[in-house]
Design a protein around this ligand. Structure first.
Ligand code: ADP
Ligand code: MG
Length: 653
């Protein structure tokens, strides 16, 4: 049964070009009325420039009319949005162009698969159907040939197979034989006749009357108007009993390709990358340099920061040292007295303090003896140095006052004297002439701290040291003080200066602000790290701009491919994903290589003694930055591609 609703019904269709940007408005189609039933084989014939292609683009929903109405199977096409139009193109139409419009980078089979990709068909099904179609059209041997490796006639057959991939209920062929030799042209016409016989609606556009004569109905067009129709609408047309019906609008699926096609997107992106190896390599280089420098800079930043932190931890970020000195104006050396220290300790800005005498002395245990730095201080030392005791305990204030002969060992001193003994506590060391009992061992400071010389020392109470080891030394050699907090370091320094100036009447001392030095170093390191990070970020940015540049070029070069993809049913979002996929793939590959280069470069720097710490999070960050760059800088070109007008894209060179 043939329904009354024609498959295609045009009423008063006009198409005007121009009228913008000062271009004169030209009307190319002047009110076309046309009805085509399902299963008809129609030729539209007219001389060049008469408006045939314009009409075909309208019929195929690649373009919208300026005026008039187009009903497809009873549905007003003007009411369909972009995604619905893409669905209609995909389900209803198959385009065959004069210039074949195959995607040069894809094989014959893959070209045929394209429309099904956007219809969401599975990869295996696609491949099967495409090879079956190509085999039916006599190209079974050439599935994996690129378009450039096929003759014109063969390419046109590939494009016919592509038109049939999603069913091709309506084949729109614009001068399909125009570029072919007469033999190939005849073959293509035979194919179209067969398709028409099998129930496909075939609309053939040609300027060649002989070709047109092979259709069952011939419509003549001149200067944008129909001047003849071999069948008055429906008058003489024989209904085709085998006619394929219009696709069901009820079952319209706007799902399309979806993310399942991601693999396909990446595969074709990979191929494009390989085909433009040199260009890709240069683009990659930008990303590689960017990512590698981000990784190395972050590692350096982390490494130096860690070093400074370790220094801070061992020296304390609040420590001041006080020395007796010769005043700048000359005169005798100053003397730091214990009462000076007590007065300093009462300053509110000062928290802890200890007098220090330290000199090498002969230290002996059993047969082992060695010249060792013997450090005499009060019980505050572990607190001042932020330095815990590992075994036993430190001496107390009471022991200091009572001249207790006790000693605490540095880590290396313990190893030297008590290598084979599990427990040195309670053992007697001879320092100079005096016996001292070991009551504790300090934790290891280690190389990291930059103060591992402390590990070699032994520590005794100040008063006991004065009485038993340093009888010849009357006053502290220097004093270590701590400020009450990190932000009072400078205040503590000036308060200490003022107090001593008042007490001594002249500047016969020196304050060494170790804390300020460490803090200043930390700040320099921080700003260095920020600078380096900035440079790295800028290089990544430059890499990103490179990606954008190449992507814009790619979009321009492949405008026609984009048109073909749209004509075969790609939605804007599919095009967007494809180009975004290409940009992201470039940056993914570049990011991976960049991570590798960063690791190698970092390892080299590490070997050269630069303190640097790799962190997984820094690497992930750099990688994410790279991919983010791809998304960011790929978006504009991809958006540009997706926004292309299919007709203009197809017409581009
Ligand atoms: P045919 O396919 O019959 O050779 P076309 O439909 O391609 O003819 O073109 C018909 C007329 O419309 C031509 O005069 C052409 O210059 C004009 N034309 C086609 N496309 C555009 C366009 N995008 N902008 C302006 N004029 C156009
Ligand atoms: Mg044309």
């Amino acid at each position: 049964m043939v329904s009354d609703t024609p498959l295609i019904e045009l009423r008063g269709i006009r198409r005007r070009y121009g009228g913008q940007n000062g271009a004169p408005e030209v009307e190319v189609l002047h009110g076309i009325d046309l009805r085509i039933a399902a299963g008809e084989f129609v030729a539209i014939v007219g001389s060049s420039g008469s408006g045939k292609s314009t009409l075909m683009n309208l019929l195929g929903c690649l373009d919208r009319p300026s005026a008039g109405s187009y009903h497809f199977a009873g549905h007003d096409v003007a009411e369909l949005d972009a995604d619905q139009l893409a669905w209609l193109r995909r389900e209803a139409f198959g385009f065959v162009f004069q210039g074949y419009h195959l995607i040069a980078t894809e094989s014959a089979c893959e070209n045929v698969e394209v429309p099904a990709l956007y219809a969401g068909m599975s990869a295996e099904e696609r491949r099967q159907r495409a090879s079956a179609l190509l085999t039916r059209l006599g190209l079974g041997e050439r599935l994996d040939y690129r378009p450039g490796q096929l003759s014109g006639g063969q390419q046109q057959r590939v494009s016919i197979a592509r038109a049939l991939m999603n069913g091709g209920r309506i084949i729109l062929a614009d001068e399909p034989t125009g570029a072919l030799d007469s033999h190939s042209g005849r073959e293509v016409m035979i194919l179209l006749r067969e398709l028409a016989a099998a129930g496909h609606t075939v609309i053939l556009i040609t300027h060649d009357r002989e070709v047109a004569a092979q259709a069952r109905r011939v419509i003549e067009i001149r200067d944008g108007a129909i001047i003849g129709d071999s069948a008055a609408p429906f008058g003489g047309a024989q209904p085709n009993p085998a006619a394929l019906p219009a696709p069901s609008f009820d079952g319209m699926s706007l799902q399309g390709a979806g993310w399942s096609a991601l693999g396909e997107v990446l595969r074709s992106a990979w191929r494009v990358m390989l085909l433009n190896r040199f260009r890709t390599a240069l683009t990659l280089l930008g990303i590689v340099i960017g990512v590698a420098s981000v990784i190395v800079m972050l590692a350096i930043g982390l490494g130096t920061k860690q070093k400074v932190l370790a220094q801070m931890a061992s020296m304390g970020a609040t420590t001041l040292y006080l020395y007796a000195a010769q005043p700048p104006e000359g005169g005798p050396w100053g003397v730091l007295s214990e009462s000076d220290l007590e007065a300093l300790g009462r300053l509110p800005e000062i928290d802890l303090f200890t007098p220090v005498i330290g000199n090498p002395r002969m230290v002996q245990y059993g047969n082992a003896s060695r010249d060792i730095y013997v450090f005499a201080s009060n019980e505050q030392l572990p607190a001042i140095q932020h330095w815990p005791v590992a075994e036993g305990r430190f001496f107390t204030a009471a022991e200091d006052q009572n001249l207790a002969p006790v000693v605490v060992l540095g880590h290396k001193a313990r190893t030297f004297f008590f290598r084979d003994e599990p427990n040195p506590l309670g053992k007697q060391l001879l320092i100079g002439e005096a016996p001292f009992e070991v009551i504790g061992v300090m934790a290891e400071k280690g190389r990291e701290s930059g103060a591992d010389y402390y590990d070699e020392m032994v520590f005794i109470p100040y008063a006991a040291g004065r009485a038993r080891v340093y009888q010849d030394i009357a006053e502290p050699e220097y004093a270590a003080l701590t400020a009450a907090s990190t932000d009072q370091v400078r205040a503590a320094e000036s308060a200490a200066r003022e107090l001593l100036l008042a007490r001594h009447g002249r500047e016969d001392f020196q304050v060494d602000n170790a804390a300020a030095k460490v803090q200043a170093e930390a700040e320099t390191q921080d700003s260095m790290t920020r600078m380096l990070g900035l440079i790295a970020a800028v290089s990544l940015l430059v890499g990103g701009i490179g990606v954008m540049n190449v992507m814009l070029m790619t979009v321009r070069e492949r405008t026609r491919e984009i048109g073909v993809r749209m004509a075969t049913g790609a939605r804007q979002r599919d095009i967007l994903r494809q180009f975004l996929g290409e940009a992201v793939l470039v940056t993914l590959v570049g990011g991976s290589i960049g991570v590798l280069v960063g690791l190698i470069g970092g390892a080299a720097l590490l070997a050269a003694g630069v303190p640097l710490i790799f962190s997984l999070s820094a690497m992930l960050l750099a990688f994410a930055c790279a991919v983010g760059t791809g998304l960011l800088f790929g978006y504009l070109p991809a958006k540009t591609a997706a926004a292309l007008d299919p007709v203009a894209a197809l017409a581009s060179e």
